[in-house]
Design a protein around this ligand. Sequence first.
Ligand SMILES: Nc1nc2c(ncn2[C@@H]2O[C@H](COP(=O)(O)OP(=O)(O)OP(=O)(O)O)[C@@H](O)[C@H]2O)c(=O)[nH]1
Ligand SMILES: [Mg+2]
Length: 307
Amino acid sequence: MAMMLSPQQEDTKILFAAIAGRTNAGKSSLLNAIIGEKIASVSPKPQTTRTRITGIRNYDGTQLVFTDTPGLHRAQTRLGNHMMKAAKDAVSDIDCVIFMADCTRPLGDPECAMLDKLAAQGATVLFVYNKIDLLSDKSKLAPMLAETEARWHPYALIPVSVLRNDGVDVLIRELLALAQPGPHYFPDDMMTDQPERVLAAELIREQLLCRLSDEVPHGIAVVTEQFSEREDKALLNISVTIYCERESHKRIIIGKNGSMLKKVASAARTELEQFFRIQVNLQTWVKVKEDWRNREGLIQSFGLFEP
Ligand SMILES: Nc1nc2c(ncn2[C@@H]2O[C@H](COP(=O)(O)OP(=O)(O)OP(=O)(O)O)[C@@H](O)[C@H]2O)c(=O)[nH]1
Ligand SMILES: [Mg+2]
């Protein structure tokens, strides 16, 4: 029997879009720009995003649901394998794929492989060339777009600069046009599926990613141990453990006389206070878990992937 829709539901539309593409292309930056809040960590380092992150934005009666994914790269750890699986799984069973490339870099093999597959499946691909602000010679863009068009025939090809908020509105218009009548999947006041504890941990990991170099930041996991609001005053107590892979990394994270950890915690606290709009008391601990990125039990206990 056909389900009766209430008049309100009849008017609503919905669209599920995955944001895929190479690591560091600016996928999480795009998600944050659309949602208007920092729900996904962003950093100049590759492999920033580790899990799928859902962001929700409503435009009048239309709900757009975005899934940010880990960027495509050659996985070298078990964690990396999980990340690549999450990225590949996210592009099936959705309405369209926002495929994001960095216009200053040629497309790599993993990107071409995903694009070939999406084209073969007849997926609706909105191809977004990001970072056009970095192109000193804009005439380089036209042949790039023509080549992409000829090879994969995407549904739309949109050059943007997320950083300058240039072209994002064009993408939104295309997405709104693709939305189909249907009930909203998430409550209209919901912005993300990320629990507050995870958002807090990710804001701290973002600070570490931005401040540390070489292999140290990639071997970091941040777990929120405590997240509670004081009853007697407007204060949020957050306590996190920063896991790293070696004693030498722990020393770098803590820094001379604790200087690095102090800087990270202070910057993170400012971000957390802005996000949660409340005063934050932040405590940080650093622990070593050797080679955790290759240890399934630890990857799961850090809440990164389900068994
Ligand atoms: N110049 C410029 N930089 C940008 C733009 N968009 C994003 N970035 C920068 O690119 C870097 C990577 O951005 P992210 O949003 O973390 O990239 P990502 O695709 O989510 O990366 P992964 O999570 O590792 O897959 C950051 O330093 C951003 O500030 C843009 O339009 N122009
Ligand atoms: Mg990301």
